[in-house]
Design a protein around this ligand. Structure first.
Ligand SMILES: C[S@@+](CC[C@H](N)C(=O)[O-])C[C@H]1O[C@@H](n2cnc3c(N)ncnc32)[C@H](O)[C@@H]1O
Length: 250
């Protein structure tokens, strides 16, 4: 049996009771930490609290060579841990399909996700979000402008855009840098840059930060440590505006 368990948003206490039961029953526990991270906990702390050894998996282990995990799940209980919800903005649907093809039963234990947390923190209504996008760190000769195209297409339909920010082994993209990159994409493509943003840091922690405003305000704002995420809102409903004025300094 292969059980996908979401860790929730910030620290070791965000896992559900059901998820914790599955971890404690498991014969083997794997963690992928490349699609999201629990910034409020370390792997050591998780091992201590869960009472289990945790094996770390890289993107290649999961996406190119998942056989080790699937083989282990053929004759034992395996838990696969992911930050947030294990099936939101990750590529783990493929792993579940491969397990099913190999005759391995699977279960999902859901958890809080950044996708729903942003609605509570920003007051932007979940049914008004369009397609999401991700802003990657640019590399030499590589500067994709598709994130801005997604934002503009959503704005044309009156929809908000959730913009995921890149996570690399040695660095995390922050809101001010992401806003600057969207402005550069606008310059490079001749499209208008967005005029309003909402930045969020450390959702799920005891001190999440939420700030709304122009590019200039957000580029100068100190959001503190990662993880960060950005929203480009469409025209605001009056209640959304009032919420941002009350909780995000609009
Ligand atoms: C690819 S998504 C994975 C989402 C995850 N599976 C979930 O359900 O929450 C990861 C991105 O979401 C954002 N993110 C995740 N957790 C966050 C948090 N607690 N606070 C702020 N942003 C977060 C970051 O931009 C990060 O790079």
């Amino acid at each position: 049996m292969l059980t996908f368990v979401g860790l929730g948003l910030f620290d070791v206490r965000d896992i559900s009771v059901k998820g914790l039961d599955a971890v404690r029953r498991a014969d083997a526990v794997y963690l992928e930490a490349y699609t999201s991270r629990l910034m409020g906990s370390s792997v050591d702390e998780m091992e201590q609290v869960f009472g289990k050894e945790i094996r770390l998996l890289g993107r290649e282990d999961v996406e190119q060579h998942p056989d080790a995990v699937i083989d282990r799940a053929r004759d034992g209980d395996v838990v696969f841990l992911t930050g947030g919800d294990p099936m939101v903005s990750t590529t783990h649907a493929d792993l579940r399909i491969r397990a099913a093809e190999a005759g391995v039963p699977t279960v999902i234990v859901h958890a809080s996700s950044i996708q729903s947390a942003v609605c509570g923190l920003s007051g932007l209504q979940n049914y008004r979000f369009g397609k999401s996008c991700s802003v990657p760190f640019p590399a030499a000769g590589w500067f994709p402008t598709t994130p801005l195209a997604t934002v503009r297409a959503n704005l044309d339909c009156g929809l908000h855009t959730l913009v995921y920010l890149d996570i690399q082994p040695d660095r995390y993209m922050r809101v001010p840098e992401a806003v600057g990159l969207l402005e550069e994409m606008a310059e490079a493509t001749g499209q208008p840059a967005p005029d309003l943003y909402v930045g969020i840091a450390r959702a799920g922690s005891e001190s999440p930060v939420v700030a709304a405003g122009t590019a200039d305000r957000l580029k100068a704002f100190d959001f503190g440590p990662p993880l960060h995420i950005l929203i480009v809102p469409a025209d605001l409903h009056p209640v959304e505006r009032e919420y941002l004025e009350t909780f995000a300094g609009l």
